[in-house]
Design a protein around this ligand. Structure first.
Ligand SMILES: C[S@@+](CC[C@H](N)C(=O)[O-])C[C@H]1O[C@@H](n2cnc3c(N)ncnc32)[C@H](O)[C@@H]1O
Length: 192
């Protein structure tokens, strides 16, 4: 038997990107990695939209650039080889959506991981940049060294966000083996 609708966290995260990102949107992939999310985003925003993509590893930027070139979608993506902690130095315009896929680069150096302190700095700056009713999606992995600490710090931070300004949702599989990742979905409220 195969599940089709809520198979795993990664498929759920893709479903959510498809649900929330529209033609013409300005979005950020805060951890481009192998470029899978960047590719999805670049299709969804269309030729009028824009995707900013961050990664601290040259290898990740190169793999993502190659994937976008192969799909003729590099024209709407601005790749930034730097930490997402510095998001405010690169982006000043209001954002429709920001996605973080935390952890290490698959098929890369597993010692290079996202870390609680830089992740939280980035998330707090990115929440400022979000438009009203903008969405932040975070996929958090707990199976690698450092992952659980990052998840705990993230939850502590997200759990304290003012309910009048943000809606924060956590989604997790309760019956999957091998410590499956979790999703956090944050919506910024509108002022009305
Ligand atoms: C799980 S991977 C991302 C996978 C990617 N979303 C995909 O679809 O292939 C996590 C990435 O975060 C990157 N990373 C780690 N710390 C970072 C930071 N401070 N700023 C930006 N990227 C970072 C790693 O280099 C790695 O490529």
């Amino acid at each position: 038997m195969r599940y089709k609708k809520i198979r795993n966290t990664i498929s759920l995260s893709k479903d959510l990107l498809n649900r929330f990102v529209k033609d013409g949107d300005i979005v950020v992939d805060a951890t481009v990695g192998n470029g899978n999310d960047t590719l999805i985003l670049s299709k969804l925003v269309g030729s009028r939209g824009m995707v900013y993509g961050f990664d601290i590893q040259e290898e990740a930027i190169a793999r993502t650039r190659k994937l976008l070139e192969e799909n003729n979608l590099l024209d709407r993506v601005y790749l930034i080889h730097d930490s997402h902690e510095k998001i405010d130095e690169y982006i000043q315009e209001p954002l429709d959506l920001i996605v973080y896929n935390l952890g290490y680069l698959p098929r890369g150096d597993k010692r290079i991981i996202t870390r609680a302190d830089s992740t939280l700095t980035s998330v707090s700056k990115a929440l400022e940049l979000l438009k009203e009713n903008g969405i932040m999606l975070i996929v958090s992995y707990i199976g690698h060294p450092g992952g659980l600490e990052e998840k705990i710090a993230l939850e502590e931070y997200l759990g304290r966000l003012d309910q009048g300004q943000f809606n924060v949702l956590r989604s997790e599989f309760l019956n999957q083996k091998n410590m499956p990742p979790l999703i956090y979905l944050i919506e910024k409220s509108s002022k009305e």
